[in-house]
Design a binder for this molecule. Structure first.
Ligand code: DGT
Ligand code: CA
Ligand code: CA
Ligand code: ZN
Length: 577
């Protein structure tokens, strides 16, 4: 797929143009092209092959030529020229929350800032704050953003890492002499970000397997190539890169190696401790009583022999998993438990297809029901629906539901929680919906007491079913809101309000630790994709992985309930209206 790197390239061109002071019209035209490429359902290379590039919305002759050049050479001249005209470290500043292209240009021209290091200096010595047009608030925000950017690493989000790991595993499965391939490490544990990919191959011919691994078409660079282990750098879908390790193990040790290289390190330390107490040793080759191997060919056999439950990978974090009751493991939520998706957008607001298309895609996934939850009127940047348009949307969705008998379409909205804690739609509209997702999209930097109170008061509304992406964080890009999470969880239980696990891999919000807290408090949760296109419905597995990391059982997931039970659950809160 060429779309994502090309989208990123056009975005970067727009950023660089803006930094160099190009007029807004030209900058925006590149941003529009980037967005259109992102929303394509077909690979841009295929569009080009059938001569369709010039017909794409917003693409004129010169842009079409740039796309053709990219497809031929992976580069665009304008991009190269712009990069040469702007200091190398400058685009990095754009990654700092609060630093848009205009501000970057400003500090570059006025203070000679050419890198993140330079920016830190001028913030520390106070010159940044004295700059014309820099409000006290934005200086504070940028200083905080800088701190966040330092902490949020270059780890790869799960949504980019997991498909890539599967692609590599699939390729290795086709290698002769490889009998079995499994993904280990943090991907198998479903962690929200990934340091590197870990693959295990069962084979008796290590060198041949390692050689095949280092010759995969995905390889950008080879880091190491030994008799039983290879390390490579592969390209990510977004143009970035990530390391992948491949280890070759014999059949008798495959389970032990899989257990060892799945981790986490902390979980493994505990497990080894349990073995030591029995006077055994556990390592990546097996479980041993003296010289004798007593387990190791399969993973479950090791746990069994040690007398502890076979903990699912997502729970292997040394968070009490060895003392877990069997019941927790029996009911741990799976993707198959999911019966519907309760948060998604259509073309009516900022989605890419209409509700009928979404319903069709949901049916193909085997869902019983979906809720269409487009944005409310204050989300202007997301084309939120005015009162008028929302009334018509309700009517439209009701009719559509009557026509569709294979998937129940619930009428919903994603209603903004405004800065003062009131809701963006009057109760008349909310009452006319079957389901309401309430979310914060603005004024996210209010201080803790205020923003918590704001969310709590929205949860009091009897028509608010689900609190959407509760903390508002974007992984590696935006810090969570400063919320009192225990207070939110308590209120959720008290008011019969559902807490969302937003499955979009950019969000995964609530995160695993908060899911665990909510679960322990017996709050109800929903796992939704917040899809803006049909393909995004498949992101459900990231939310489910997060739920499993929070030990969530299917019984505490609203959209694991059959339709009628789910409706009853929603109705219970509404009775208080
Ligand atoms: P990552 O890659 O940072 O997202 O996290 P992991 O968990 O995939 O870590 P990684 O790739 O360094 O190692 C994979 C697994 O191998 C890790 O979860 C546990 C195991 N492992 C690696 N190094 C050690 C070690 O020094 N001691 C122990 N007990 N286990 C280790
Ligand atoms: Ca790893
Ligand atoms: Ca590794
Ligand atoms: Zn939202």
């Amino acid at each position: 797929m060429h779309n994502e790197p090309l989208e990123a390239l056009f975005e970067e061109i727009a950023d660089l143009l803006e930094i160099t002071g190009e007029d807004a019209f030209r900058v925006n035209s590149y941003r529009r092209v980037a967005r259109n490429i992102k929303n394509l359902t077909e690979d841009i290379a295929e569009v080009a092959a059938r001569g369709g590039v010039a017909d794409l919305p917003g693409v004129g002759k010169s842009t079409a030529a740039k796309i053709e050049q990219f497809l031929k050479s992976g580069k665009i001249d304008l991009h190269e020229e712009l990069k040469a005209a702007v200091p190398r470290g400058l685009p990095d500043l754009l990654k700092i929350p609060g630093m848009g292209p205009k501000k970057v240009a400003h500090v570059w021209k006025e203070l000679g800032v050419e890198s993140v290091e330079d920016l830190k200096k001028v913030i520390a010595d106070g010159r940044f704050a004295k700059l014309k047009g820099m409000g006290e608030k934005s200086v504070k925000q940028i200083a905080e953003g800088l701190e966040f950017a330092e902490k949020s690493s270059d780890r790869t989000p799960l949504g980019l890492a997991w498909p890539l790991a599967e692609e590599l595993a699939e390729a290795m499965r086709r290698v002769k002499s490889v009998r079995r391939v499994e993904i280990g490490g943090s991907v198998r544990r479903g962690c929200e970000t990934i340091g590197d990919l870990d693959l295990l191959c069962e084979s008796d011919n290590g060198p041949a397997v390692v050689e095949a691994f280092t010759k995969l078409p995905q390889v950008r660079r080879i880091l190491a190539s030994g008799d039983t282990k290879g390390s490579i750098i592969v390209e990510r879908r977004d143009g970035g890169e990530i390391q992948a390790d491949c280890r070759v193990v014999p059949k008798a040790s495959f389970g032990a190696a899989l257990q060892y290289f799945t981790g986490s390190k902390e979980h493994n330390v505990r497990l080894r401790g349990i073995a030591v107490k029995k006077k055994w040793t556990l390592n990546e080759w097996g479980l041993f009583d003296g010289e004798k191997q007593i387990a190791g060919a399969d993973e479950a056999g090791i746990y069994k022999k040690l007398g502890v439950p076979c903990v699912p990978p997502e729970m292997r974090e040394d968070r009490g998993e060895f003392d877990v009751e069997g019941d927790v493991l029996d009911h741990l939520i799976t993707v198959e438990d999911i019966r519907g998706d309760l948060h998604m957008h259509t073309r009516a607001s900022d989605g890419t297809v209409d509700a009928a298309t979404m319903a069709q895609a949901a049916r193909d996934l085997g869902y019983e029901y979906i809720a269409i939850t487009d944005h409310s009127r204050s989300s202007a940047q997301a084309n939120g629906l005015s009162l008028d348009r929302m009334w018509r949307q309700i009517e439209h969705l009701r009719k559509l539901n009557e026509k569709h008998d294979s998937v129940a379409i619930l009428v919903g909205c994603e209603c903004d929680i405004l800065a003062d804690g009131t809701l963006d739609y009057p109760d008349t509209i909310l009452a006319a919906c079957d389901i309401v997702v309430a979310s914060v999209h603005s004024a996210m930097r209010q201080e803790k007491g205020r923003i918590t109170q704001r969310v709590l008061s929205a949860m009091e509304n009897p028509f608010v079913t689900i609190l959407g992406h509760p903390t508002g964080r974007l992984i590696n890009r935006r810090a969570p809101m400063d919320l009192d999470i225990p207070a939110i969880i308590t209120k959720a239980v008290e008011t019969h309000t559902v807490l969302e696990i937003n499955s979009s891999w950019q969000r995964l919000d609530l995160c695993d630790r908060y899911v665990r807290m909510a679960r322990d408090a017996r709050a109800m949760m929903s796992i939704d994709t917040d899809s803006h296109a049909t393909a995004q419905l498949a992101q459900m597995k990231y939310g489910v992985a997060t739920a499993r990391r929070g030990w969530l059982s299917a019984r505490s997931v609203l959209n694991a309930m059959p339709l009628a039970a789910m409706r009853r659950w929603i109705a219970k809160k509404r009775k208080n209206a």
